[in-house]
Design a protein around this ligand. Structure first.
Ligand SMILES: Nc1ncnc2c1ncn2[C@@H]1O[C@H](COP(=O)(O)OP(=O)(O)OP(=O)(O)O)[C@@H](O)[C@H]1O
Length: 544
């Protein structure tokens, strides 16, 4: 991902390198001006001061411009990385997302991208520092080769010891980052389970204690990282000051250089100190970013692809969806076996079964959200594969038991619906007095659970798709609306050619369905004849 982004940024990188070279050149010119014009001055000379001020102003403008360019580049790179990551998340199959886990993903989207942003923000210091150090070293080599060799060895020792501190900082950052996923899970417990935790203070205490353990671990590791960071900072600072003293000492006592050169070398090292400090302090940020980058890579999202277009290769007027010899396994414990079933266009089919019998699993397979381990799903005569999966999915609307309510109201093409269409659907679902659509968005989603379910059906119907999958949709509805749903809404949808697969145990309304299918012990089969009659009389008896 980052390689692609960097590739696209080559022209910007070239511009940055040129700017940094100009910036460094101006820094050297300033030092050289002090060395040749100011340290040799014998009387007041206005033109020297004016030249010096002009040089400083040019240097200031160049360094501000270089910094702004680098900052813009960094922000753009982070923006593109964030955009790519969210797009990859949206393209990654749901089962993979479930495997990774919500807490891990949110922790990465928040913490890892932030830490990579910090790294980019400190990149100007790092790049400028590096180029500047190289340029200044060359300058030192020219004015005093002996001092250059000494400085080279001294800085080498400083950096070698610094590297040890860096490895420690990296180690503790890594441990601190490892706590983030658990912290995120803890935050989710506290927000999503807030009501339960209000009622049960013992559970709240336990949850808090678990959070505290992880938070303390993170604190401990960050303190360790900060300790090594400050040792490293102070070490390089003191060593550089020591270097100034040593250079002057060696110049005078061993006559390695003139006083003028010694002063210039001292000034140069002090000048270099800022760049070296920026470089040293940017390294821990870079190390944290490296850890974050590895975390993001480990999420294993699918590769980036542009756009949300769906290739229309499948027939919109399909007549049947067939499951042929489908097998599916979550793990060694549960799977669906030898699944052979056909859903015809415009049919109403109810699916029944005990908890854990595989009903939702079947719905997920039907929606292409889970991948069968063997067998085929056919839409008419076309097999559903990864090539036409998006097209197949574009024919389906589903309301799962854990549904998510979006506020945007859109049709199958992502466009707004007319006011009349919206009004008719809200009236049909008897929520027109509670909700309206303003600027293409629901006016509110803060409603009762049953009303929120009606809103989810409203959104699904706005999509005008040909297969509607409902997971115990009617379970939260009052008896009056339940009747409206089974006796009026489902037949109306059927009359529009929509196929409905509904998980339902409302046996009072089983006569509405053309077919009843049963999930049991990993098998799914249609109930016919007497079996169907028994189920219609007493669904509980049939699934037991
Ligand atoms: N994400 C998952 N990973 C592993 N196993 C799972 C997963 N989801 C479900 N299972 C297993 O699959 C079995 C069937 O689950 P499924 O959700 O399909 O049942 P269900 O009939 O819809 O149940 P319910 O009526 O409770 O909603 C369960 O017994 C469970 O052990």
């Amino acid at each position: 991902m980052i390689k692609n982004l960097l590739k696209k940024s080559i022209p910007h990188l070239i511009k940055i390198v040129i700017l940094t070279l100009i910036y460094s050149g101006l820094g050297i010119a300033t030092l050289s001006f002090i060395n040749s014009k100011i340290l040799t001055i014998t009387k007041f000379d206005l033109s020297v001061i004016l030249q010096f001020i002009t040089l400083l102003l040019v240097f200031l403008s160049a360094s501000i411009y270089a910094n702004i360019t680098l900052a813009k580049f960094g922000h753009n790179l982070v923006y593109n990385m964030r955009k790519e990551l969210v797009k990859r998340l949206l393209d990654t199959p749901s089962y993979q997302i479930e495997l990774i886990g919500k807490a891990k993903i949110i922790a990465s989207l928040n913490n890892d991208i932030r830490s990579i942003s910090f790294a980019f923000m400190s990149a100007p210091g790092l790049i400028q520092g590096l180029v500047f150090i190289i340029a200044v070293s060359i300058y030192l080599l020219v004015i005093s080769p002996k001092l250059f060799v000494f400085i080279f060895i001294w800085i080498g020792v400083t950096l070698s010891v610094g590297t040890y501190f860096m490895s420690k900082i990296h180690h503790y950052f890594k441990l601190a980052r490892a706590s983030d996923d658990a912290l995120q899970a803890s935050f989710e417990d506290s927000v999503e389970g807030h009501k339960e935790l209000m009622l049960n203070r013992a559970r709240a205490e336990l949850s808090f204690a678990e959070f505290d353990v992880v938070a303390q671990q993170k604190k401990y590791n960050l303190i360790r990282a900060d300790i090594y960071h400050s040792i490293s900072d102070n070490w390089s600072n003191i060593m550089l000051l020591g270097l100034v003293g040593m250079c002057i000492f060696l110049s005078i006592s061993l006559e390695w250089a003139s006083m003028q050169t010694a002063v210039t070398v001292g000034l140069t090292i002090l000048f270099l100190r800022g760049s070296l400090n920026a470089l040293v302090s940017s390294i821990p940020t870079m190390l944290a970013a490296k850890i974050s980058f590895e975390k993001i890579m480990a999420l294993n999202f699918v590769d980036f692809s542009d756009g949300f277009d769906v290739q229309n290769s499948l027939n919109n007027d399909w007549k049947s969806i067939k499951f042929q010899d489908i097998n599916f396994k979550y793990n060694d414990k549960f799977g669906l076996k030898n699944l052979n079933l056909e859903l015809k266009r415009g049919e109403i089919v109810f699916l029944i079964g005990k908890n854990g019998s595989g009903k939702s699993t079947f719905c997920n397979l039907l929606c292409g959200l889970l991948q069968p381990s063997s067998g085929k799903i056919m839409l008419d005569d076309t097999e559903i594969s990864h090539k036409n999966l998006r097209d197949y999915q574009s024919k389906i609307s589903a309301i799962f038991s854990e549904f998510y309510l979006f506020s945007q109201v859109i049709d199958n093409q992502g466009k707004s619906l007319s006011e009349d269409e919206v009004k008719d659907l809200l009236v049909l679902l008897d929520i027109d007095e509670k909700v309206s659509v303003i600027d293409g968005k629901l006016s509110t989603t803060s409603l009762s659970q049953g009303q929120r379910k009606r809103l989810s059906l409203f959104l699904a119907l706005c999509e005008r798709r040909s297969l509607l999958v409902l997971d115990e949709w009617a379970a939260d509805q009052d008896p009056v609306f339940k009747r409206v749903f089974y006796r009026e809404i489902l037949p109306l949808l059927k009359s529009r050619g929509i196929t409905i697969l509904a998980i339902s145990h409302d046996d009072n309304y089983f006569d509405v369905a053309e077919r009843i299918i049963l999930a049991k012990d990993g098998y799914i089969r249609e109930l016919k004849g007497d079996e169907r009659e028994i189920a219609s009389r007493d669904a509980v008896e049939k699934i037991s």
